[in-house]
Ligand binder design. Structure first.
Ligand code: AMP
Length: 502
């Protein structure tokens, strides 16, 4: 039987008249519509020359049509390659050159930017705008709706997602039908998704979180989603009156907490708040619970592996942890130097294995061999530990580890102490080159305004709380921390900006 994600989705439809996707502009797409419109789009793709295994590169605004394009690409047996809408022409040129797609779908406003790139690589260029209009949708509207979904094996590629690499070349993670289906089914179960659910979908759809976690989980459980073009605290609060689940990055929760409208009455109908893609501060978790009476469920995953761990639906959702390994996924902690397993509780490299783990990096066999072991474990690049209750704690990316005077300093430990000081909104701790220590621990702090703090105040406040080698040798105040679209603090930007300050 075909393992095509779309076949599995269409087999799971029990109520074709139910809403799958709606927008605030009044669009309502039922599951029956989804089958028809992905069929038309798949026929349009084939008409444009897309064959099974071909890549379809897509840099478009979020829209219903963009989701239909994703599903139709998968239906046609092709490989969906979403690109961040913020990518510049030079960045896009690299991805198109590397992936060699048969088709490149872009916003009509950017055709002039990309025509030469498409020409050079032989990709056909078509358009789709934020309202779902363009030469691609024109082709789909007139296409036939019946389309025989191309059978795929679990091992065949469904998507190619480039990692948001901050150093070196971005790598294309090859995700199979089996990866996407297994993870979505696991999450449906773990988070008790069902037909009555209405997801507030505010995440971008060029990233694993909004594209796979949010979309696949909703559709495979027969639930519905309200598609918002982007995060909007006011709209999300309005929607909470009739929705049941929100998936967000930590920044969403921080922004929602700034609204006086957020309280237990506003969230009474919601059954689940999920956070991931970046660390959720324990303080945000606690504040949310105090204001709404609900505990945010934090989970951990990445482009290469889909989701690996989750706090439990029933049971303790422990602030500051990413929860327990999901069923079917193994999580171990190893010595970063030699890969040997470490004793429970020790900090080391997090490695994961399971049907959720990708197939390797596109056309980069050496990188694949370096990060994906022959025994199936993927070396995530995240440092962490597993506590006595089996909960996984992430302490940061290995590349953000600070080595000062020969000692390891895990930034998160220092950040947690600084964040606890009254007058601190948040902080990022980085290592800056230092002639004596190799690296000097440096704290970049965003003050909350009250009380007003000096560098000395911070140093004094943590004096008794951290060993001397962990304490920052400099504290630098900034108005805000640089973040990418998924809410991750860009420590590389801070390291560049403050190099030479210690
Ligand atoms: P991406 O591939 O863009 O999804 O980024 C994956 C990385 O985001 C992981 O390797 C982690 O470093 C980080 N990440 C994702 N979820 C969490 C979380 N809940 N807590 C801390 N870091 C996270």
């Amino acid at each position: 039987m075909s393992a095509n994600l779309f076949d599995i989705l269409s087999r799971s439809i029990t109520d074709a008249a139910a809403t799958a996707i709606e927008t605030l502009a009044g669009d309502r797409i039922t599951y029956a519509d989804l089958v028809v419109r992905t069929g038309q789009m798949a026929n349009a793709l084939v008409g444009l020359g897309v064959k099974p295994g071909d890549r379809v590169a897509v840099q478009v605004e979020k829209s219903v049509e963009a989701i239909i394009l994703y599903l139709a690409t998968v239906r046609a047996g092709a490989v969906f390659l979403p690109l961040n809408t913020a990518y510049t022409v030079a960045e896009v040129a690299y991805f198109i050159g590397d992936a060699e797609p048969a088709l490149f779908v872009c916003d009509p406003a950017r055709v002039a930017d990309f025509a030469a790139i498409a020409d050079k690589t032989g990709a056909r260029l078509v358009t789709l705008d934020a309202n779902g209009k363009g030469s691609l949708s024109d082709a789909a509207v007139t296409a036939r709706p019946d389309f025989a979904t191309v059978p795929r094996n679990a091992d065949d590629l469904a998507a190619l997602l480039y990692t948001s690499g901050t150093t070196g070349r971005s790598k294309g993670a090859m995700l199979t039908h089996g990866n996407l289906v297994s993870n979505a089914l696991t999450l449906c179960e773990a988070w008790r998704f069902n037909k009555a659910d209405v997801l507030i979908h505010a995440l971008p759809i060029f990233h694993t979180h909004g594209l796979f976690v949010a979309t696949n989980v909703t559709l495979l459980s027969g639930a519905s989603m309200v598609l918002l073009p982007k995060f909007d605290a006011g709209l999300i609060l309005d929607l909470m009156a009739r929705a049941t689940v929100l998936m967000g990055v930590p920044t969403y929760y921080v922004r929602l907490l700034e609204s006086a409208r957020l309280d237990s009455a506003a969230t009474a109908r919601m059954r689940l708040f999920i956070s991931g893609s970046a660390p959720l501060l324990a303080e945000t978790h606690r504040e949310w619970q105090a204001r709404t009476g609900q505990a945010i469920l934090e989970r951990y995953g990445m482009t290469e592996t889909n989701m690996n761990t989750s706090n439990p639906y029933e049971g303790d959702r422990v602030a500051g942890t990413v929860g327990l390994p999901l069923p079917g996924t193994e999580v171990i902690v190893t010595d970063p130097d030699n890969g040997a397993p470490l004793a429970q509780g020790e900090i080391g490299m997090i490695e994961v294995r399971g049907p959720n783990v990708f197939k390797g990096y596109w056309r980069m066999p050496e990188k694949t061999a370096a990060e994906l072991r022959a025994n199936g474990f993927f070396i995530t690049g995240d440092l962490g530990r597993i506590d006595d209750n089996g909960y996984v704690h992430i302490v940061g990316r290995a590349k953000d580890l600070i080595i000062t005077g020969g000692y390891n300093v895990y930034p998160k430990e220092v950040e947690a102490e600084i964040d606890d000081i009254a007058g601190v909104l948040e902080s990022a701790v980085i290592g800056l080159p230092h002639k004596d220590f190799g690296e000097a621990v440096t704290a970049i702090v965003v003050p909350s305004g009250q009380p007003v703090l000096t560098e000395a105040d911070i140093v004094v406040a943590i004096e008794g709380r951290l060993a001397r080698f962990k304490r920052p040798s400099r504290v630098i105040f900034v108005d805000e921390l640089p973040r990418n679209t998924m809410g991750k603090v860009q420590k590389n930007v801070l390291r560049d900006r403050f190099a030479g300050s210690v």
